[in-house]
Design a protein around this ligand. Structure first.
Ligand SMILES: *[C@@H]1O[C@H](CO)[C@@H](O)[C@H](O)[C@H]1NC(C)=O
Length: 366
């Protein structure tokens, strides 16, 4: 009797486990439609996508253990996975992302990254996937625009479409992504302005927008982002002056505004801020004096102010900085004696090259 009970119990458990793990036919059909618009000729990652149970041993697919629904698509073309090691190469894939994936309405992760040849557009229906947390399509040839309704994705923490051919503007709705922590749009063809209410993205810690065609000014609201550690707007066409409020941000540690059309002067708050340790304002039209506000808590692994219209002298207070790793003041209109002191001991002449009349170590004596 006891044995029978135990047997019945295990049998029930087995039945429950297997229903939980088996893939709903509709999810399986959506995955097969997704696969049918892709060609991956070298590794054969899709060879594992056979049989009825898409939750079991389908390469890159995992399911939610409680609902049994497909939760993650994780396909990376750069990987240490044995399938890549064995083939001795990184991944290459052509084709496009089928809108059929939007039928996977419990999807939390969509990673189709670094396949180099993937083209087509981001299906606009991804903005209707309520559980989506990670959208990572870096390193393909995806064109078209970021879906206008992307801001619907209230759980999205990572939006990475870097290194593609995305055009159009940053959608206004992006500021509604209240969970967004990591935004990477680098190296695309995105134009237009950064939304003025960008500072609504309260969870944002990295905003990487470099190498696009962005215009307009740096929104002052960015300074409200209390978790923002890394802001990279370099190599765009951003104009106007640098909001002084950026120097009051709590955790900002890397600020790269290089290669833009920025004018005005350097806010002293940016140089006296003790958290910013990489500051790149190179290749702009910044003018005026370098504020003489360095102090014992100034710590810069890189401070690049080269290729601007700075004049006056190298600030004396720089010699009281705790650390200056890489300094570049070249190609400005600075003049006068370079201060002496510990941060200057290891600097080379190239840090000061092509100014109007600088002198003293490491240049010729005054
Ligand atoms: C600063 O930005 C400029 C322009 O984008 C770039 O050429 C330079 O290498 C950067 N400097 C450092 C120290 O990374």
């Amino acid at each position: 009797m006891g044995l029978l009970l135990l047997f019945t119990f295990s049998f029930t458990l087995l039945a429950v486990t297997s229903t939980v793990n088996s893939c709903p036919p509709a999810d399986r059909a959506a995955l097969l439609a997704f696969k049918s618009s892709l060609q991956e000729p070298y590794l054969g990652i899709f060879n594992s996508w056979t049989g009825s149970d898409c939750c079991n041993n389908w390469y890159g697919i995992s399911c939610d253990p409680t609902t049994g629904r497909v939760a993650d698509i994780n396909l990376r073309g750069e990987s240490e996975d044995p399938i890549f090691v064995k083939a001795g190469r990184s991944g290459f894939m052509t084709g496009s992302i089928s809108p059929e994936i939007c039928k996977l309405d419990r999807l939390t992760t969509l990673i189709v990254a670094d396949w180099k040849g993937l083209s087509g557009e981001i299906p606009s229906c991804v903005s209707s996937l309520p559980n989506l947390r990670i959208l990572d399509l870096i390193g393909n040839k995806i064109s078209g625009e970021i879906p206008a309704d992307i801001g619907n994705l209230q759980r999205l923490t990572v939006l990475n479409v870097a290194d593609n051919l995305i055009s159009g503007e940053i959608p206004a709705s992006i500021v509604n992504l209240k969970s967004l922590m990591h935004l990477d749009l680098r190296n695309n063809r995105i134009s237009g302005e950064i939304p003025s209410d960008f500072g609504k993205l309260g969870m944002l810690s990295r905003a990487l927008l470099s190498r696009n065609q962005l215009t307009g000014t740096i929104p002052t609201s960015i300074s409200n982002l209390n978790r923002l550690a890394d802001l990279d707007l370099s190599v765009n066409r951003i104009s106007g002056s640098i909001p002084a409020q950026l120097g009051t941000m709590r955790v900002l540690s890397a600020l790269n505004l290089g290669s833009n059309l920025i004018s005005g002067t350097i806010p002293s708050s940016l140089l006296s801020n003790k958290g910013i340790d990489i500051l790149n304002l190179s290749r702009n039209s910044i003018e005026g004096y370098i504020p003489d506000v360095f102090w014992s808590k100034s710590y810069f692994t890189a401070l690049d102010l080269s290729y601007n219209n700075l004049r006056g002298s190298v600030p004396k207070s720089l010699s009281s900085a705790a650390y200056i790793g890489h300094l570049d003041l070249g190609y400005n209109h600075l003049c006068g004696a370079i201060p002496a002191g510990s941060p200057f001991d290891h600097l080379e002449a190239s840090s000061f090259t092509n100014n109007d009349c600088l002198c003293g170590m490491p240049l010729q004596s005054c």
